[in-house]
Design a protein around this ligand. Structure first.
Ligand SMILES: Nc1ncnc2c1ncn2[C@@H]1O[C@H](COP(=O)(O)OP(=O)(O)O)[C@@H](O)[C@H]1O
Ligand SMILES: [Mg+2]
Length: 214
């Protein structure tokens, strides 16, 4: 089973949005997908409640109350995580995941908050030992803005984690999530630009580079 975590201690960076879209992608590929939500706000589980039973099936797990068991027969488990994760708790989360995606927004506050968080994740023993692989994405970007340029420069400079993609600010995420879906389940003509931006993320997740060494 592949385990993927979307992780950033900053609220509003797009963790739930990216988690549900990853779940939607793998489900649309016919995979058995579980979404495990560590956030007591349970955005991902609420999203799942709006999902029609006719679609590609995704199972939800409330991971916010401590003990839970990941079903062994799933192909993919996607972990959504809460905001305000303390540095000392990073290992608690990382031990669950083979691949970790950190989304960062183009805002001065988000870039400032991401800096120590990314450093702490990259300095974690699990990451150093390549038991868990980390990648970065920029989220909610408008490319002609100055702050986007700053985020781009910042993420490119992080040497120990690949900067996979830039996701634009797009209402398609809201359109899909209202129905308990992801952009991969909307008509392709509506979302072609967004799908292009997801391609490097999917490619990374399918490659060995996102999986533990050995
Ligand atoms: N690429 C995007 N384009 C448009 N809206 C987005 C995008 N990513 C996230 N959002 C919106 O931003 C808000 C915060 O995103 P969310 O995924 O809930 O962040 P987090 O889980 O990190 O707190 C939500 O209202 C979500 O719909
Ligand atoms: Mg969330």
């Amino acid at each position: 089973m592949r385990s993927i975590m979307v992780f950033n201690s900053k609220g509003g960076s797009g963790k739930s949005t990216i988690s549900i879209n990853l779940a939607s992608y793998f489900a649309s590929q016919g995979k058995k997908v579980v979404i495990a939500d560590f956030d007591p706000q349970s955005s991902s589980l609420e999203w799942l409640e709006n999902r029609s039973s006719g679609g590609n099936l995704i199972t939800g797990i409330d991971a916010s109350k401590g003990n839970f068991r990941a079903p062994r027969n799933a192909d993919y488990i996607i972990y959504d995580t809460p905001a305000a994760i303390l540095a000392k708790n990073i290992t608690h989360y990382l031990r669950r995941a083979q691949s970790v995606i950190i989304p960062v927004l183009p805002s001065p506050i988000d870039i400032r908050a991401a800096t120590p968080f990314i450093q702490n994740v990259l300095a974690n023993g699990r990451v150093i030992r390549k038991e868990c692989r980390v990648a970065l994405i920029a989220n909610r970007c408008r490319e002609n803005t100055n702050i986007y340029q700053q985020l781009n420069i910042y993420l490119k400079k992080v040497r120990k984690a690949p900067f996979l993609s830039v996701l634009r600010e797009s209402q398609n995420y809201n359109k899909a999530s209202e129905k308990g879906q992801g952009i991969f389940e909307l008509p392709p003509y509506l979302v072609s630009r967004d799908l292009d931006q997801w391609e490097p993320i999917i490619k990374w997740l399918r490659s060995k580079r996102s999986q533990p060494a050995n």
